[in-house]
Structure formats: C-alpha cells, structure tokens
Write a protein that binds this ligand. Structure first.
Ligand SMILES: *[C@@H]1O[C@H](CO)[C@@H](O)[C@H](O)[C@H]1NC(C)=O
Ligand SMILES: *[C@@H]1O[C@H](CO)[C@@H](O)[C@H](O)[C@H]1NC(C)=O
Length: 256
C-alpha cells in the first residue's frame, strides 16, 4: 500500500520518465504527493506520462521536459528550467534514462559501445552532478538521488557487454557520490532491476523471456511499479539512514 503523503512537498526529477520504469516512478511519486518533473529524450512520451499523473496540486503542477542525458548542455538546461519554474531545485532525483544495444563482445561495434556508455554511464554522471550541484547551492536539507543500475552489471549477460559495463559503472558513481555528498545531507542509492517487463524487454525474443523467467525464484518477470516502489522508499525519509547501497529488485534472480 502506498503511504500517500510520504513525498509530500518534495520536488522530484525523473529522467527516462516517458516509459517503463521511469514512467512508473513518476506515477508512484505523484501518488505519494511529490511534484514531478518528467524528463525524457522523447518529449511526446514525457507529455504522455505527465497527462497520466493525478493533479491535485492547487498552486504548482507537475511538468514535462525534453532532455538528452548524454549532453551536459541539455542536462544543465533542464536543471535551470526546474529552478526557474519552481524557484527551487529538485530534492529528489531518479535517473531512469537508459538504453540497450545488444551484440556479442566479438561483434560489438565501438560506436555502439560508446552510445550505451554515453547514455547509461555518462548520463548518470551528468545528471547526478548537475542535480547535486543545484541541491548543494540551495542548501536542501534532505536530498535523495536514486540511480538505476541493473543486475546485469553484477553478473554479466551474453550479448550485453556495453550495457553491463555501463550499469556496473552506475553503481561506482553512486557509491562515490554517496561518500562525497553525505556531508551535504544528500543520499545516493542504486536500484538494480532484474527481469522487468518494459519496452526494453519487449525487444527480447519470447523463448529467451521464457528461459529467463524459469530462472527467477519468484517465477515471473517483475513490473515497473515494483521497481518504482523501491525508488519511492529510497526517495523518502523511510530510508534516511541508507546511502551508498544497491538494492536488487529481481525476484531473487542471481541472488548471492
Ligand atoms: C509537449 O507538451 C508541450 C506543452 O503542452 C508542448 O508545447 C509540446 O509541443 C509537446 N511536445 C510534443 C512532442 O508533443
Ligand atoms: C551495444 O552494442 C551492440 C552491438 O554492436 C549495439 O547493437 C548496441 O546498439 C549497443 N548498445 C547501445 C546502447 O549502444
């Protein structure tokens, strides 16, 4: 059950908010009382998520924005537009923007490696840096940054050398940011989704889905909302003594 006021009066930036896990995070945060900035490379998708959010804020509204997390300028423009509109920076940030582009190690093109790393790894760096800088400058009293890694970053996956490398790096950024930012009362944690039903996994062939699902102790794929629940916990004061950690949301896949 949602603790419906847990994020009340919090301003939350969610990248990758146009689909999948990011969209579920936006919806969950809004249902818990947060004001949500839905950011996505695809502005139309961000708009669609925005329309799906309940609107019971009388004075201020949620907003949607286009952002390319792999571009420093784009990320800085986004952070500035949030400041202009709400006169404060986001005190919660979930970086859910991410892409895959799979191929075997021996075939993986350099450009494909660079693209994935540019969005997943550099994108996480740019967003965490810009958001943290805005939080520090405004002296937020309790910031929470949540990054989205992947269980694949820990255990590897055939055909995902670029993706697994980028996601392992996301955990490294998160732990280091947690150490550096704790003196500003900003917490940083990472969620590690396993096999979650999203547009990303829609591209996976049926037989692979079947095989993967058979390996999950809980016996099914996860839902984006089940990852969003954990993001909500990490964003809220319920996790106030947790920083620098990674939480697996995998149904037990690859445990231990
Ligand atoms: C998203 O919504 C904004 C505000 O309503 C609008 O200006 C913009 O054109 C929309 N973008 C797309 C791609 O639909
Ligand atoms: C990862 O590499 C594969 C193989 O070259 C490529 O098709 C895919 O686009 C890359 N992933 C990303 C996110 O660029």
């Amino acid at each position: 059950m949602a603790a419906t006021t847990r994020l009340i009066s919090r301003l939350a930036l969610v990248t990758g908010g146009g689909s999948g896990i990011g969209r579920a995070v936006c919806q969950r945060f809004a249902s818990e009382g947060a004001l949500v900035v839905v950011a996505d490379l695809n502005e139309e998708a961000a708009n669609e998520t925005l329309r799906s959010l309940s609107r019971d804020h009388k004075v201020q509204e949620h907003m949607a924005a286009a952002v390319d997390v792999s571009s420093k300028q784009s990320v800085e423009d986004l952070v500035e537009s949030i400041q202009r509109r709400y006169f404060q920076p986001a005190s919660v940030c979930v970086n859910a923007a991410g892409i895959t582009q799979d191929d075997f190690l021996l075939r993986l093109e350099e450009a494909a490696f660079d693209r994935v790393v540019g969005v997943n790894l550099k994108g996480t760096f740019l967003v965490v840096q810009a958001v943290a800088a805005a939080m520090v400058a405004s002296g937020v009293s309790k910031g929470s940054i949540v990054t989205v890694g992947s269980i694949v970053g820990k255990v590897g996956n055939i055909g995902q050398v670029n993706y697994s490398a980028s996601k392992a790096g996301v955990e490294g950024i998160t732990r280091t940011a947690a150490k550096e930012l704790s003196r500003y009362r900003i917490r940083c944690n990472c969620v590690l989704p396993g096999f979650i039903s999203t547009p990303m996994t829609d591209k996976v062939p049926e037989r692979v889905i079947h095989k993967m699902t058979s390996l999950v102790p809980l016996g099914r794929m996860g839902e984006p909302a089940e990852v969003a629940d954990v993001c909500s916990f990490l964003a809220s004061d319920d996790s106030r003594y947790i920083t620098g950690t990674s939480i697996e949301v995998t149904g037990g896949l690859f445990m231990g």
